[in-house]
Design a protein around this ligand. Structure first.
Ligand code: XIL
Length: 373
């Protein structure tokens, strides 16, 4: 009898240890709940930084290019495309069984000037711009057809107050540029998922405008699979409540959500948007943790990460992917945005590419949630 009990206990012990050791990474712990992705640089997928390359392959289930598929880098001149970085990223993703999504087809930033002007430097006509969008989208989406799960088709078309951003696309084509982009993307790869992506989706007016757009696109017969909420966060904003409120609204409107560019900056900020054109002067007060992070600040950041991650898990029936915008504090774009040359601590890996303790906590938390139906 005693021997039986002992062997049952040993078997149970084994089973639990197998289970916990099977869920050692965030990719494993979130499996069946949502994809867990990371934005990667070309250096990282080319093996130029072997430690980082290995971490990306091991810890995540999805990748997105941080820069190389944006309009300017991939299409710098009207008759010239640059494919090597995108091709390498796809090959890396496929080799390591990582789901690849594309970022981004139409955006007012990181797009070359030629796109909007004629030989005399004047704005092109609506017809010409529409044709250029068509060329661009069908060539880029067409090249990777069947290999990319989904595309951020349009990035950042709204201001925080819900008005359309007065971008060149909007000035020349009006709001229809969005519809055209979705139509061209669908035509180029009918099986690819298509997303609208923006920052500050937690802002009510912006969230409402995005929901309105999704409804309009669907009413005109366009495919749109989800809204990407960039989720570039700060220590105090957005609040957990306003984030949840935006999820609720999107869910009620039948919209799926992707957390596409998650990071939580530890630093004070003069600006809570993510328009990459924003830029402020450096000062020591705005860069307070060069010598290290005080425990109280670290604990507050950890709690915020866990609170937000818990919310994503709660909403896993509609949250299909959570992607962090960079691997480590060493490479994060936030060291240079919106102020150049600071030392931020927004990522899951530290400056030596070591996992931060919060990752263990996130894994434990994710393990408590059942997979989605
Ligand atoms: C950022 C990249 O991380 C930087 O390397 C680059 O210099 C500027 O763009 N919103 C987006 C992303 O959709 O593409 C931006 O990425 C961050 C804000």
């Amino acid at each position: 009898m005693i021997i039986k009990i002992v062997s049952v206990i040993t078997a149970l012990f084994f089973l639990t240890s197998i289970q916990t050791s099977a869920q050692k990474t965030l990719a494993e712990a979130t499996k069946g709940k949502f994809l867990f992705g990371v934005a990667v640089s070309s250096l990282q997928v080319d093996g130029g930084s072997p430690i980082e390359t290995e971490l990306i392959a091991k810890e995540f289930s999805a990748i997105v290019p941080e820069n190389c598929m944006k309009p300017q880098p991939i299409h710098p001149e009207e008759n010239r495309y640059v494919w090597n970085n995108g091709d390498n990223l796809l090959a890396f993703g496929e080799k390591n069984k990582l789901v690849v999504t594309g970022h981004c087809l139409i955006w007012h930033s990181q797009i070359a000037r030629w796109f909007f002007i004629d030989a005399d430097g004047k704005d092109v006509s609506p017809e010409v711009l529409k044709e250029r969008m068509h060329q661009h989208i069908s060539t880029v989406v067409g090249r990777y057809k069947g290999r990319i799960k989904g595309w951020d088709v349009v990035n950042e078309a709204f201001e925080d107050n819900g008005q359309y951003r007065n971008s060149k696309f909007f000035q020349i084509l009006g709001k229809d540029f969005i519809k055209y982009a979705f139509q061209f993307a669908h035509e180029a790869d009918p099986n690819a998922e298509l997303y609208y992506n923006d920052y500050n989706v937690e802002t009510p007016a912006k969230c409402d405008a995005i929901i309105g757009l999704v409804k309009e696109l669907k009413a005109t017969g366009c495919r749109i699979d989800a809204v990407g909420s960039q989720s570039h966060m700060h220590m105090n904003s957005p609040t957990l409540d306003s984030t949840e409120a935006s999820f609720k609204k999107l869910k009620e409107a039948g919209v799926h959500i992707l957390i596409t560019e998650w990071d939580i900056s530890m630093l004070p900020s003069p600006y809570d948007g993510a328009n990459i054109a924003a830029s402020f002067n450096y000062s020591k007060e705005m860069d307070p943790y060069r010598e290290g992070v005080p425990d109280s600040v670290q604990l507050k950041w950890n709690k915020r990460m866990l609170d937000m991650f818990g919310l994503f898990l709660e909403y896993r029936d509609v949250v299909d992917r959570v992607t962090v915008w960079g691997l480590s504090d060493n490479t994060t774009w936030l060291n240079n945005f919106p102020i150049r040359g600071r030392m931020d601590y927004p990522m899951l890996f530290d400056r030596n590419n070591h996992r931060k303790p919060v990752v263990e906590e996130m894994i434990k938390l994710a393990n408590k949630y059942k997979t989605k139906k």
